[in-house]
Design a protein around this ligand. Structure first.
Ligand code: ADP
Ligand code: TZP
Ligand code: MG
Length: 259
């Protein structure tokens, strides 16, 4: 959906969140006009999936005791034909790949949102990382395209250059706003935003819209504040203020087709 539709229909985004950043994630969904809900109790999943437009699974603070529940959640979303977004935080660390492998083996993931190191793991390509951050360099387009082909999911790879690919169509946004990377939770919030924009239909375009929105909010915030604490709040304000017209103009200027 476009931003106008998002604001009028207010897609409900069910976040199976990590315990580090849920407040920021919920606020991001809320300020753009969506409706966030967080839950961990399996007994609630059928009801919550039923009323949700998108399910976002973040494996950032997974626990083995909850693994079967996570799989069940993705399966319920599949059955209800709700978009499933996976945020595989630090999946390159072997213990972190356990929930990702398990969910992907037993359910269909529509969109995977991660930084370059996380996406490279799906592509089977080496890429340096440091915990939750990507630190290496590589051929970003190839990484995203390979990951899309291997998983069958739309890949939303974030960084100084964002890359979205379904393996056939690839689009990039190369706009560097280093402060965006200093706020822990921007990636998690972006995953939730991707869920919101894909709530009516899963597509590369809807995924690019979400990536562009976060990027543009970062650009606008960086014009006003220069330190991370204020920046995080300014990003929320810019997301709130951003119009559908401003987003479409930014996309027309900055979204490029990749090979
Ligand atoms: N160096 C950078 N320049 C501009 N934007 C960035 C940069 N690094 C990350 N971003 C932006 O920050 C957001 C979160 O991405 P990222 O930091 O890669 O995720 P994660 O927090 O999961 O590692 C995205 O909107 C991305 O475009
Ligand atoms: C620090 C941390 N540890 C586990 S999840 C998490 C947050 C990751 O947030 P993001 O991927 O958005 O930077
Ligand atoms: Mg992340």
């Amino acid at each position: 959906m476009d931003l106008k539709t998002l604001k009028t229909t207010s897609p409900l985004v069910f976040n199976y969140a990590n315990y580090v950043t849920p407040q920021f994630v919920a606020n991001v969904v809320n300020v753009v006009g969506g409706s966030p809900i967080m839950a961990r109790e399996i007994a609630e999943f059928p009801d919550l999936v039923g009323v949700s437009d998108a399910v976002v699974i973040n494996t950032g603070t997974w626990r083995r005791a909850e693994l079967l529940e996570t799989i069940k959640l993705a399966q319920l979303a599949n059955q209800a034909k709700k978009v499933v977004v996976l945020d595989p935080v630090a999946v390159g660390i072997p213990s972190r790949s356990v929930p990702v492998k398990a969910v992907m083996a037993d359910a269909k993931i529509d969109i995977i949102r991660g930084n370059a190191a996380e996406i490279a793991w799906f592509a089977g390509i080496d890429f340096a990382s440091h915990g939750i951050d990507a630190t290496g360099e590589g051929d970003l387009l190839t990484i995203a395209q390979q990951a899309a082909k291997k998983t069958g999911a739309i890949i939303a790879m974030s960084g100084a250059t964002d890359v979205v690919s379904d393996g056939m169509t690839t689009q990039t946004i190369a706009v560097d706003v280093p402060l965006l990377a200093t706020n822990v939770g921007t990636g998690d919030a972006l995953s939730a935003l991707i869920g919101a924009f894909n709530g009516d239909e899963v597509s590369v375009t809807n995924t690019v819209r979400a990536m562009a929105m976060m990027k543009l909010a970062g650009v606008q915030a960086a014009k006003k504040v220069t330190t991370p604490g204020y920046f995080a709040n300014q990003v929320l304000d810019e997301l709130y203020l951003l119009t559908a017209e401003a987003l479409e103009t930014f996309m027309a200027q900055e979204v490029k087709n990749g090979q």
